[in-house]
Design a binder for this molecule. Structure first.
Ligand code: OOG
Ligand code: MG
Length: 258
């Protein structure tokens, strides 16, 4: 197991610290200090850069705190954006090693697939129009901070707790996704119920929020990208089990945590 160097934020960068916390599977206890939101995104970009240097590829973007349930659970009140890489994606039905996770939680989501490159800097282009498929999804979050405790800028720095995600079979874009039933199951037993309506009233709105933040932060959206709309319910702690998300009319996605 890797041992992370210790030090104060002034002697070591927060991105290095968060990167090491993830790869060594040990939460950082280092004080974060007071970051602005913009500084949070700047640390997030450095953190992703470290992953790209290790050979990972960009796979898309994710929204966080798009539902009241999540905002209330974590004590924050603003939509945030994180980055997905190929290494985070677990193929539908496949296994994820619990030993690679610090204190994981799972949450039910829906995913959008982007069909063509979108220039967010051009206000005339529509991210909504670029979506060519929708799927049931689940996200596994795993804060690199001890006890899953953070403020808004710190969780942005930690790439919005992104750890792993899985996407079910892609479906043609349905007429209306504003109120689909969402169910999270652990070993076949229902663990959370909700509706896609919990995601900003309609998950399409998460794309408007993403375009806005992505433009400010300088993120790109490319053909083939996956976008996670944000959890429809609060997250629940994840132990070794089979976890599934079903979304009415979209189907289901499964991951085995071993
Ligand atoms: C941050 C991630 C939030 C969501 O779907 O709301 C998120 C966290 O809860 O640690 O992914
Ligand atoms: Mg999420």
């Amino acid at each position: 197991m890797t041992t992370c160097r210790t030090g104060t934020p002034s002697t070591r960068s927060l991105a290095d610290d968060l990167h090491c916390a993830r790869t060594s599977v040990r939460a950082t206890t280092q004080a974060v200090g007071t970051l602005s939101i913009e500084e949070g995104y700047s640390v997030q970009r450095s953190l992703i850069e470290l992953r790209l240097q290790e050979g990972e590829l960009l796979a898309g973007l994710k929204l966080g705190f798009t539902s009241r349930a999540k905002m209330a659970q974590m004590g924050v009140s603003e939509v945030i954006v994180g980055v997905l890489t190929d290494a985070m994606q677990i193929p539908d039905g496949e296994a994820l090693a619990a030993s690679s996770l610090i204190h994981p939680r799972v949450e039910p989501e829906i995913a959008f697939r982007v069909g063509s490159d979108v220039d967010l800097a051009n206000p005339g282009t529509s991210l909504v129009d670029a979506v060519d498929a929708v799927a049931p999804a689940l996200e596994i979050i795993d804060s690199r901070y001890a006890d899953f405790k953070f403020d808004l800028a710190s969780v942005i720095a930690d790439n919005t707790s992104a750890s792993a995600f899985a996407v079910g079979p892609w479906q043609p874009v349905p007429q209306d996704i504003s109120n689909l039933g969402v169910r999270l199951e652990i070993d076949g037993a229902p663990a959370q119920f909700g509706s896609t309506a919990a995601i900003l009233g309609d998950p399409w709105r998460s794309l408007t929020a993403l375009a806005h933040i992505g433009r400010r932060v300088g993120y790109r959206v490319n053909a083939g990208d996956v976008i996670l709309a944000g959890a429809a319910t609060a997250a629940i702690p994840l132990a070794k089990s089979t976890v599934a998300v079903r979304v009415t009319g979209l189907g289901r996605v499964v991951v085995r945590v071993v």
